[in-house]
Design a protein around this ligand. Sequence first.
Ligand code: AMP
Length: 283
Amino acid sequence: MDTVTTIEEVREAVRGWRREGLSVGLVTTMGYLHEGHESLILRAAAENDRVVVTDFLNPTQFGANEDLSTYPRDFDRDRDLCENAGAALFFYPEVSEMYDADACTYVDMDALTNELCGLTRPTHFRGVCTVVAKFFNIVCPDRAYFGQKDAQQLAVIKRMARDMKYGIEVIGCPIIREEDGLAKSSRNTYLSAEERAAALCLSRAIFVGKDMVEAGERDAKAVLDAMTQIIEAEPLAKIDYVKMVNFDTIEQIDTLSGNVLCAIAVYVGKTRLIDNFIVEGIE
Ligand code: AMP
């Protein structure tokens, strides 16, 4: 695996692969990698001849009072994980490489971003779309892999790729969890022992909600009420949102049909955690 820091080095590597007729997969990350990221890289390596992993703490997707300055970092561990998972290129750019000092162009969308995390984090998805568009332009992959862990982001990137005619297949990959159910996240490292135990209310609520839907419940409120009760029973947890939306449009629904995303965001202490389940093709 080669480690590079400049856009030109990435373009050069990809040009070489393309001359050989090789396919290219892309996994974008903010670093401090865990088995969730690893699952995307393994899948990309299984489905493409070469895999590029980006490791970039993207400042434009953080709000002013969010955790950009405290976000965990571990360059050596990240690089080893990528190499062992089968990546061919590890792209680790400085902020100045990705954003010119006078950069004034953004990628944004009118729909999908005004609900769920977009309400609490109004500039987040503009930052995500902008940086992912840059990575798409730099790498020009055949396929790009995103975790269902960030389900709204997955829906947003799928729509961006379609709207902007990238011709890149955006592939969603399942949520990887700790053994006790907590969705793996770089932010789990912020949790104290007591908060780590309290954080299990998220996955407990998700599993109960999913069971209800799989058992045939179609009333969104009934499912959301049961989930809310579980989270509210945990004194350290404070709900940001517990919502049911159409997965393709991210619009709230009262009755479950089609592709449904049930998404939650909960503060455990000061740490904001997210989790979700998706049920597709409900009649
Ligand atoms: P991040 O570094 O948080 O920006 O995440 C990079 C990619 O890894 C995104 O596509 C995430 O959705 C994905 N990801 C993060 N955590 C998980 C997880 N627990 N399971 C599956 N994918 C994940």
